[in-house]
Design a protein around this ligand. Structure first.
Ligand code: ATP
Ligand code: PRP
Length: 212
């Protein structure tokens, strides 16, 4: 079965939804309670699991440390890595990346944008021929307009509650994101266990899609 496979998963929200898929596939989840363990080698009952920072998942997969990676589309677009193949949309952890500000009006003239996603932000404005300066933050991005750091932000939105609480509104959606399964191309080509794991997850994803 798929026990020879190793999966690197982005910790946080992505890992929470992936745990559910893993259980539905019939594998025991190896992380118990408040364990800080980050590496679970494959055994006869389940594939291996590596708990990683989101932006490191593709590196582990591209270098063959893991056969698969599970990470958000937003992260794959911010840190593109030609060494991985996108092999399945897991249709979970839905959110969107938006440009937001204190008004829904498209900004006039050169502007400053605070974001965790400088690459996507620059590409977005470049396509529109609009000059932009990005201010890189690693969290609490909605603070930026409130404290006068930057009038606009590019950030992830789900319920919209965080935007609302900071008096912000969506100007434009830049991309829709869900959790993605990426694979190491070599492993994908030659390892039967890799294809088996992919097939197993596919059945679960399709079952859910068909049911809703
Ligand atoms: P980082 O490594 O950047 O610190 P994190 O630990 O904050 O990440 P989470 O915020 O738990 O990680 O998960 C981030 C991922 O979850 C995003 O990349 C995105 O794909 C997905 N996601 C789904 N809903 C949301 C949401 N409401 N806010 C942020 N990310 C979300
Ligand atoms: C995320 C994201 C937004 C918020 C969006 O923050 O960056 O701030 O959730 O969710 P909502 O639309 O449902 O309110 P997170 O909790 O990951 O903290 P962070 O600011 O440290 O990234």
């Amino acid at each position: 079965m798929s026990v020879d496979t190793t999966v690197a998963v982005a910790k946080g929200r992505i890992m929470d939804v992936f745990q559910d898929l893993w259980n539905q596939a019939g594998f025991p989840w190896p992380i118990h309670g408040k364990s800080r363990q980050l590496w679970f080698p494959p055994n006869q009952d389940r594939p291996g699991l590596i708990v990683a920072r989101a932006r490191d998942v593709s590196i582990l997969v591209a270098r063959g440390i893991a056969d698969f990676g599970v990470v958000g589309m937003d992260v794959l677009e911010e840190y593109p890595d030609p060494g991985v193949m996108r092999v399945m949309n897991l249709k979970r952890a839905e959110c969107r990346l938006v440009l937001a500000g204190q008004s829904a009006k498209w900004p006039e003239g050169p502007l400053r944008v605070a974001t965790k996603y400088p690459h996507i932000t620059r590409q977005f404005f470049q396509k529109r021929g609009h000059p932009v300066e990005t201010v890189g933050l690693s969290g609490s991005v909605e603070l930026a307009p409130v404290i006068g750091l930057a009038p606009y932000i590019v950030d992830v939105v789900d319920t919209g509650q965080t935007l609302q609480q900071h008096g912000l509104t969506v100007v434009e959606t830049i991309l829709w994101s869900t959790a993605q399964l990426v694979a190491n191309p070599g492993s994908w080509r030659i390892r039967e266990s890799t294809r088996e794991f992919h097939q197993k997850l596919g059945t679960i994803i399709d079952k859910k899609a068909g049911a809703t």
